[in-house]
Structures are given as structure tokens and as C-alpha cells.
Design a protein around this ligand. Sequence first.
Ligand code: NA7
Length: 544
Amino acid sequence: MAATETTTTDYDVIIIGAGVAGIYQLYKLKDSGLSVRVLEAGSNVGGTWYWNRYPLARFDSESYSYGYFFSREVLDEWEWSEHFAGQPETERYLNFVVDKFGLRDDFQFNTRVTSAVFDEDRGRWVLTAGDGATCTARYVISATGLLSAPFFPDIPGRESFKGEAHHTGLWPKEPVSFAGKKVAMIGTGASAVQLLPGIVDDVGSITVYQRTPNWCAPLNNGLITPEEQEEIRAGYEELERLCRNTFAGFAHADGTRGTFEDTKEQRWAFYESLWTKRGFAKLFSNYNDILVDPRANAEFCEYLAHKIRERVTDPATAEKLIPTDHGYGMKRPPMESGYYEAYNRPNCTLVDLHETPIERITETGIVTSAGEEQFDLIIWATGFDAVTGALTRMGVEGRGGERLADFWADGPRTYLGVSIPRFPNFAFVGGPHFPFANVPRGVDPQVDFVTDLVVHAARNGYTFEPDDEAEEAWTQHVLESSAPFLVADTSWFRGANIPGKADRFMLYTGGLVVYTNRLNDVTANGYEGFTLRDAGAPATATAG
Ligand code: NA7
């Protein structure tokens, strides 16, 4: 399916996407005896860590909790340099894994799938790439990512800007020069919060256009010392146990106390201790009611607002940076390293779009209700059509020509977050109803489950497809599980960042342990909820 290839190529399994999930999925199927191909739009592996190469892009999960757990050798051989590795290091890591296991030849790069249509007569998926070339597969596994379909807001004149413009999720490989430039950044989500401190010293000036402020708390990154390296190595089994047994698969124990079991003084002392902890301890090791009790949440927000006021010199700017429409964790909370201090620099200006909305983009700059500002470079830190976007944009059509985009028009419906009725032999990992979790830890049980399902089906010559009732019950369970949680009206968790997208919570908040157990039970019970139809000759699978 490369641009020069003219023949159709048939595989047992096609995996779409060469990110963290796609690589693991390939690894798992490598010795199955099935012919497997990975199609990837980029020119190399990495997924998120290939596309998001903006300055200071990095993990918000501890490196050692994000890396693969499937190989002791990888754990022993790879040494992370920072507690939260930057994009270049993660990209190197993923390439290291691919080469170590001899996976590289199974990837086909520069191949963006633009349609995937199920041919009912042949029982095969026909995939077409951007260059028109096609290939077919009996089984398709989409590993296209939760945050991989970049979103540009429909602001009049966007295309007319004649200066440089980059989206954080499509950042160029060539170094971007900031020296002396007048830069605009639109958006203040997790990407913008990482990026701003990385460029504020270099730019001539930067104007940040903020619609909604976020609750940001310190990442507390640092180099891993040789002693820590030893501790991490010695503690891998315990780390894995922790990640596999906590609510969201991070290297942080779940909180065990309620906010109001402590006095205010005790609470603030506890918040101070959280403040100095790494990463998402602020969320997951917090009081255990922070995500479900608005009063508990407001207590922590009061503490965070105090911190912002302490750090931002100009009181008016500090107030603009304090969210008033949502509490901590009700949107994905960014982790920061010097974000608030960036606003203390004389070359950094914050524009509150609630006060002065953007009206249009011109050839030379941005017009708000307060007038025009000229820029050399506009950074679009405006996020992604999250969770469903990569799948609904891919032209997927199931039985009877049913379009996936239509099937999910009112919000995603799935069985177990990996499959859907009317789309036989089609599975996805890292899509809707993905467990609310540290991404690789949520990917692990999904890939394990899908591997077993696909190999079992291939070996027996089955077509697999979930039943309507199973999909309905699971989707209902997903929605019920999310009901107790406080979620901002504007969160991408519920599709709210995309105009016109259905307002429906898209992740599974029943907990990673519950999710993993459920997948294991379904496997043990002979794939209950799926219909496995005899489809003729088995593929040549040797395992499962
Ligand atoms: P996010 O978190 O979705 O942030 C996007 C930002 O862009 C956010 O501040 C939006 O404001 C802003 N935005 C979107 N549309 C507009 C318009 N029309 N005008 C002005 N500002 C706009 O994306 P990120 O890339 O930062 O992070 C995505 C995820 O990647 C993150 O959650 C991590 O999991 C990693 P809004 O808040 O909608 O008012």
C-alpha cells in the first residue's frame, strides 16, 4: 500500500496506528502465525510521541509507570533519565522496543487510512489509504489513539494567516525558531501549559489567548539519580502491582480518607504534602471524595487558587488564571513546570477571551473585540477531537454500509470498549469507553483481550461481532459508572470541546481493576456477548 505499489495486499490482521498501543498489539500478534501489518500515517513509530513534538512535551505519568511492562528485559535494559520523560526520549524508547523485538519490517509508514469498509461477501475489510492504494484483512484492530485527531477551531480567516502556524499535535520535525518572534498561542490546555515555559525565554513576546483557565499543579519532575535508578529497578514488581491495583493505573496509591474527616488545618497540611509529590498524586492520592463531592473539591480548589495568587505577580492576571467554571479534575488537569511564573515575564501577556473574544484571523495577526495584534507565529494549542475522532474520521463502514460516524452520532456505544455490533472482526484499543487511566496501563488489558479474541477467531475460522444487547448493557454500565463523577460541562471527556459533538461521557470510570476483571471473565466464559460465526477456512494462527 505504499505510494508506488499497485497490487492489493491481503493480510490476516491489519493494525492501524504505530503508537504505544499499536506497537504492543503487533508484539502480541507477532508469533501468532497470522500475517500482520501495521499501517501508520506518520513516517515512523511513536503515535502521540511522534506527532506532539512541541518544546517540553512530556509524560504526566512517571516514566517507569508509563513504559511497557510486558518484558523484563526492556525494564532492565532501558534507563529513563527523568521521572517524567520528554518527547524525544519517549520516541527513542518506542524505537528501541520496536528494534529490540524485530518489529520494524511489519510497519508500513506514510499510510493514512482514509476508508475501511467491510466486504460482506468476502468477509474481509478493504482498507484504502490517502494515495488510493488498497489492502484487505480479515481482522482489523484500530490503535489510532485517544488524542490524535487534531482540532482547529473554525475561526474566520484561519487559513489566511501568512505567518508561521503550528498545531501542538502536528508539530514539525524541523526545529522551530522562536528567537525574537511575536508569538500567539491559542488555548490553555495541557499542551499549552507544557509548552509556554519552554519558549517564553526565547520569544520576543508571546500573547496567550485563554478561553477557560485550567487548574494546573506542579509536575515535580527531576533527573533520576543513580540511587533512584536502583530503587526503581528493585521495585518494578511492586510498581506493577500498584499500577494494576489502583483506580487509574498510576504510580500513586489511591486516597483513603474523606476531606471532612480532617480539620481545615490538617487539610491544608495534607494539600501541602501533595503539592510536593510527583505528578498525578495530586489527583489520585488526594482525599477520596475529591472527584465526587463538590464541597470536597472546592476545598482543594481554594488551596490551589491560593497557590496561583502566590505565584503570579500581577493580581489581575492571577485572577484570570483561576478557573471559576469547574473544579479540580473535572477537566483533565494539566501538570506544570513554571507555567504560572511565565506570566510574570514582561514579554508574556494573557488575553481573556471571555472579555475580548477572537473575531477573526487576518493575514498578519488576530483580531479580538479589542482590536488587532500582529504576529509572526500562531500556535494552535486547541486540542483534539478526543476519544472518537480518529475512528470517526477514518471512513469506517460495517455491515450494510453502516458508517461508524453515524453509529456514534449520539455518542459512542461499544461492547467492552473494544468492539461494536454491525462492525464484524473490527476491534479497537485506546478508543471510546477506554478506562480512565494511565494510557499504557489501560491499553494492556485491551490488547491482551483483543489478541486472544482475534487469535481464537482466526484459528477457528470465526467472524466475531458483539451482540446488540451486550453493547447496550455495557454502554449503559459505562454511563452509570460515570454518573457519580463531577465532570465539567466543557470537558473533552464528554466531547464538549468540539462544536456539534454529542454530549456523552466517553471513558470508563468503573476502575481499571474492575475493567480488567471484566475482560478476563468474558474471555474465560467463551466470549460471552459476542457471536462467533463460522466463516469458512481458519487463518493460520498458531496460538490462542
Ligand atoms: P485541550 O486540553 O483540549 O485544550 C485545548 C485548548 O484550546 C483549551 O484551552 C480550549 O479552551 C482551547 N480552545 C479550543 N477551541 C477554542 C477556540 N475556539 N477559541 C479559543 N480557545 C479554544 O488540548 P491539549 O492539547 O492541551 O490537551 C489534550 C490532552 O492531551 C490533554 O488532556 C492530555 O491528556 C494530553 P476551552 O477549555 O475549550 O475553553
